[in-house]
Design a binder for this molecule. Sequence first.
Ligand code: AMP
Ligand code: MN
Ligand code: MN
Ligand code: MN
Length: 280
Amino acid sequence: MSLNYDLHSHSCISDGVLSPAQLLARAAERGVDVLALTDHDDTSGLDEARQAAQALGVRLVNGVEISVSWEAQTLHVVGLGIDPQAPELAAGLAQLRLGRRERAERIAAQLARFGIPDSLEGAWRHAGNPELIGRMHFARYLVEIGACKDVQAVFRRYLSKDKPGYVSHRWAGLADAIGWIRASGGRAVLAHPGRYRVGSERMLGLLHEFRDAGGEGIEVVSSSHTPDQYARFARFARDVGLLSSRGSDFHSPEETYRDLGRLPSLPALCVPVWHDWEAV
Ligand code: AMP
Ligand code: MN
Ligand code: MN
Ligand code: MN
């Protein structure tokens, strides 16, 4: 019998809304056998997640989703099977969290210019981790004050590139992020490649660069992808020699379009990123 792998999810340690224990309980209810908790730039939810996973009989994969700047794009690189104590990884993530604080001040200043005062304090009130702030916390605050009806609308109107509350930011380098993941014993997987605005030729260049820097897989089945993109990225993975992953990118029961574990299987031509993991 094949297992239900969901290798991309968020808790309130980054920009999800459930605690790590609540997330694991939901994963168990939804029939997930193997869950990776992959909070943005922070691993401090993994201890609570592991305790809950053991009690529930779900297998937990230690994960993280690292923010990367590559050319003019922001990319996300998921690390699977990492050691959160590994010093290079821990130091790199701590730097990213500091950068997030500084970026949040610039976002708040921009929003103030567009008539929305005090959003830094408002956003922090929505953060479940005093070390990590992101755009989603601003989005929830803007919904709270009635500026928009839901977080998608906030991103459309304020927080996406070229909108009033968007500020550019320098994240980790691609090779650095992959290096931290590998040095911690993990496997680097390019998250939701279908979200990046790059044509086929540059996508091939990105995937080769990712692989040559030590990246091992890409997300093929993701809530960010259409069925056509499952097929497209399955072929990319095969052609470039990358493993394939599957993940819901679950953030919240209300805001997320795909629930935990509720995605199609990987296309048959894929080699799963879990192909050599020991039997559960
Ligand atoms: P940040 O890493 O702080 O820049 O925030 C990125 C996060 O914002 C993503 O991981 C998503 O959770 C969320 N996000 C980005 N774009 C959108 C969107 N269009 N609609 C809803 N959430 C989004
Ligand atoms: Mn997020
Ligand atoms: Mn992402
Ligand atoms: Mn994510």
